[in-house]
Ligand binder design. Structure first.
Ligand code: FO1
Length: 319
């Protein structure tokens, strides 16, 4: 059986995983999820990227939005607002609240996030093994200019409240240096036949996972093909505001620049969209095997074809 490890952020990672599962239904897929977007709100621990993967693969996601629950209502949020308790800019729905309550209760009882995630997945049956990158607290902060001067804000505040409308001067995964990979993460990487980077944000999703000490080394030591799919198509992010955080780390918003940012020490293969065919030469010159294929996740079939292309490229670099 093929063992695949995927380093996933939120919406892009989750949608890619749906295609991957459809392309290789018999594969054993381990997802290492980004937890740098996690936020504590109303005394609850919210893990947006883990939940997005869990709900998307488990059939509970709000399809159009890409995050949160389908058929959601917002009575709790309205009641909190009536008490003047915010933040109002973050939309937690009633169904979603239940997930955060269960998670927070289990964490309070002493279970690590990895065990809590496994328990939550028993309800959703995502068909993959979903592991948080770490059980330790890591929180991505973004350095921005405000009226009170330059300050660090939580990633969600930058992304959701500010809509990434101001320049990000730096992206800091606070706590990453002291964190350890969650139980099972290093073992899954060591046992993998292939490692995939889906079209997730290279800075605040995949980049944060790679910032956990030991992660990069484990991937390099596994000695298996590492193939990524560009989240940038035609010099713009397919979704989200990746360009804002790419600028913060000095990387141009192009499929080739993102591949070079990961580097040939990390990536063996890179898929760019057909509109970026001109990137193939520069990426290959940087020592990374590159192919131009359609990369828009318009439906399940198109996404499954992308996953197959990534696995084919992995076999090509292995040979
Ligand atoms: N994104 C928004 O744009 N607005 C929201 O109010 C919002 C709430 C939210 C609640 C739970 C959750 O799991 C995700 C949520 N997201 C929301 C998505 C999230 O902010 C980001 O897209 C991810 O963290 C980036 O991967």
């Amino acid at each position: 059986m093929q063992r695949i490890v995927v380093l996933a952020g939120g919406i892009g990672g989750a949608r890619f995983l749906r295609g991957l599962k459809s392309a290789v239904p018999d594969a054993e897929i381990t997802v290492i999820g980004n937890t740098g977007d996690d936020i504590h709100l109303f005394g609850l621990k919210v893990c947006p990227d883990l939940d997005t993967v869990m709900y998307t693969l488990g059939g509970g996601i709000h399809e159009e939005q890409g995050w949160g629950r389908a058929d959601e209502t917002f009575a709790v949020k309205e009641e909190l607002a009536a008490y003047g308790v915010g933040p109002e800019w973050f939309g937690l729905g009633d169904r979603d609240f239940a997930t955060h309550i269960v998670r927070t209760q289990m964490l309070g009882a002493g279970y690590p996030l990895s065990a809590v995630t496994e328990a939550l997945c028993q309800r959703w049956n995502p068909g993959v093994r979903l592991l948080p990158m770490t059980d330790d607290r890591v929180e991505t902060h973004v350095l921005v200019d405000t009226d009170e001067g330059r300050k660090a804000v939580h990633f969600q505040e930058y992304w959701v409240r500010l809509r990434a409308s101001v320049d990000a001067h730096a992206v800091i995964p606070v706590g990453a240096e002291q964190s350890k990979p969650a139980p099972g993460v290093l073992e899954a990487i060591a046992a993998a036949d292939v490692v995939l980077f889906p079209p997730s944000n290279p800075v605040v999703s995949v980049g944060t996972i790679l910032a956990v000490p030991g992660m990069r080394e484990a991937i390099a030591d596994a000695g298996v093909p590492v193939v990524g799919l560009s989240p940038i198509v035609g010099d713009a992010p397919v979704r989200g505001m990746a360009d804002k955080v790419l600028a913060a780390v000095g990387v141009e918003t192009s499929a080739a620049a993102v591949a070079q940012h990961y580097g040939s020490g990390m990536l063996d293969g890179w898929l760019v969209d057909t509109v970026d065919a001109a990137a193939v030469g520069p990426v290959e010159a940087a020592g990374i095997r590159c192919r131009a294929v359609p990369l828009m996740m318009t439906d399940l079939d198109a996404t499954a074809r992308m996953a197959r292309e990534a696995l084919d490229l992995a076999e090509e670099v292995r040979a």
